[in-house]
Design a protein around this ligand. Structure first.
Ligand code: TXA
Ligand code: MG
Length: 337
C-alpha cells in the first residue's frame, strides 16, 4: 500500500467503502484514535495486528454503534451490561462479556472466551460503523508499544503507508483510553482505569473490584494487553511530583542530556529556555490526560530525558498515572535521589 488518505466527516462513505473491502481505516473516538477493520472479516482483522506490530494474543475491542449490536456476539447479556450501556454509552467504557462460540474470530478475541465491546462517543465514527454495517475492531492506532494517538497526525506518523485511510475529526477530548470492565467474572472488575471511575460504576451496579495488578505491580494482569510494554517514547521518562524544589533538582540531574519538561504552566514558567510542552494550562488533571500522549510524542523528537508531572491518583488521575507509570517504566524522581 502506498498512500494513506485523510478523510473528513463529509467523506464517510469513501472510508466505509474501504472498510467494506477489507482495508484498514483509523477512526477518532472521544478517548484516542482507533485502528479500524471490519470485525467480521478475519483477514482484515489479521492485518490490524500486522500494521501495529501487535502481539497476536492481545485481543481487540469491538466498536458498535448501539447496544443492540452487541447481542449477536455475546453468549449472554447480563442486566448489569444493559444498565451500564444505558448510563455510559456512547462513552469511554468497554465491557467484557462472554462471547457466543464462533460468533467472532479468534483473531478478535485473542483466543479468549470473552470479548470487549464499546460504543464510542464520536458522531462521525458512529456514522462510519453504521455505513459499514458491521462493528469495527479498534485497538489504539499507534505502533505497538508507543503512546496512543490523540490526533490524525499521530496516526499518520506511526502508520502511513500501512493503512488505507484515517477519518480525521481533530484532537480527541479525553486523551486516555476507555475504562475496561470485566463483566464475565463473578464481581465486575476494572482491568484498565479510564474516565469512568469505580465510584461512577458502583452507583449503577453496586460493588466493583479493581484487578490486583493495578494495585500490586507484582501481580499478573488479567487483561492480556496490560503485560506488554506500553506508551513508551524512545526518551527515558521520569515522573516528578508537584513540588518546585524536586523539579529544580530533577532538571539539574541529567548533565549532558537533552531534558524535556512535560508539566503544567505553573511549573514551566520556572524553567525558561528549556525544551517544554505545556501539559495543563490550568493545572487540571483533565487537561493533563488530554495532552499526555501528545506531549510524550512531541518531546520525544527533541529530548533524551522527559520529566513528566505527577497528579493525585483519584478520579481521572488514576488513569493518567496508570499510563504515565507505564511510559516511565515506574521511574520516579523523589526528594532524595
Ligand atoms: O479507548 C479505547 O478503548 C481505545 C479506543 C480506540 O476505543 N481502544 C483501545 O484499544 O485502547 P486497545 O486495543 O489499545 O486496548 C484494549 C485493551 C487491551 O489492554 C486488551 O488486552 C484489553 O482491552 N482486552 C480486549 N479484549 C479483552 C478481553 N476479552 N479480556 C480482557 N481484556 C481484553
Ligand atoms: Mg493500545
Amino acid at each position: 500500500m502506498s498512500q494513506t488518505k485523510i478523510f473528513t466527516p463529509n467523506e464517510i462513505n469513501k472510508a466505509a467503502a474501504l472498510l467494506k473491502a477489507g482495508q484498514l481505516v483509523a477512526f477518532p473516538t472521544e478517548t484516542v484514535y482507533g485502528l479500524g477493520a471490519d470485525a467480521t472479516n478475519k483477514k482484515a482483522v489479521q492485518q490490524v495486528y500486522r500494521a501495529k506490530g501487535r502481539p497476536s494474543d492481545n485481543p481487540l475491542i469491538v466498536h458498535v454503534a448501539s447496544f443492540d449490536e452487541v447481542k449477536p456476539f455475546a453468549a449472554k447479556v447480563p442486566p448489569a451490561a444493559e444498565k451500564l450501556a444505558e448510563t455510559f454509552w456512547p462513552g469511554p467504557l468497554t465491557l467484557i462479556l462472554p462471547v457466543k462460540p464462533g460468533a467472532l474470530s479468534l483473531d478478535v478475541t485473542g483466543g479468549l472466551s470473552t470479548a470487549a465491546f464499546r460504543m464510542p462517543e464520536n458522531a462521525a465514527t458512529l456514522a462510519l460503523i453504521r455505513a459499514v454495517g458491521h462493528p469495527l475492531v479498534g485497538p489504539s492506532a499507534n505502533t505497538s508499544g508507543k503512546p496512543s494517538p490523540t490526533s490524525a497526525q499521530h496516526v499518520y506518523h506511526d502508520l502511513h503507508g500501512k493503512i488505507a485511510g484515517i477519518l480525521d475529526t481533530g484532537e480527541t477530548q479525553i486523551g486516555v483510553e476507555s475504562t475496561v470492565l470485566d463483566l464475565s467474572s463473578e464481581v465486575p472488575t476494572i482491568l484498565r482505569p479510564g474516565q469512568v471511575t469505580k465510584e461512577m460504576l458502583e452507583k449503577v451496579i453496586g460493588a466493583v473490584a479493581i484487578d490486583r495488578h493495578l494495585v500490586d505491580e507484582k501481580e499478573v494482569p488479567k487483561s492480556p494487553g496490560m503485560k506488554y510494554k506500553h506508551y513508551s517514547p524512545n526518551a527515558d521518562v521520569y515522573i516528578v511530583p508537584h513540588d518546585l524544589q524536586v523539579w529544580q533538582q530533577a532538571a539539574a540531574a541529567f548533565p549532558g542530556k537533552k531534558v524535556g519538561i512535560l508539566a503544567p504552566a505553573s511549573i514551566l514558567e520556572h524553567f525558561p529556555g528549556t525544551v517544554q510542552f505545556e501539559l495543563a494550562p490550568h493545572d487540571t488533571v483533565e487537561e493533563a490526560a488530554r495532552n499526555l500522549f501528545a506531549g510524550l510524542r512531541a518531546l520525544d523528537e527533541e529530548a533524551d530525558v522527559i520529566l513528566a508531572a505527577a497528579y493525585p491518583e483519584k478520579g481521572l488521575g488514576a488513569a493518567y498515572m496508570n499510563r504515565l507509570k507505564k511510559a516511565a517504566g515506574g521511574k520516579f524522581i523523589s526528594r532524595d535521589n
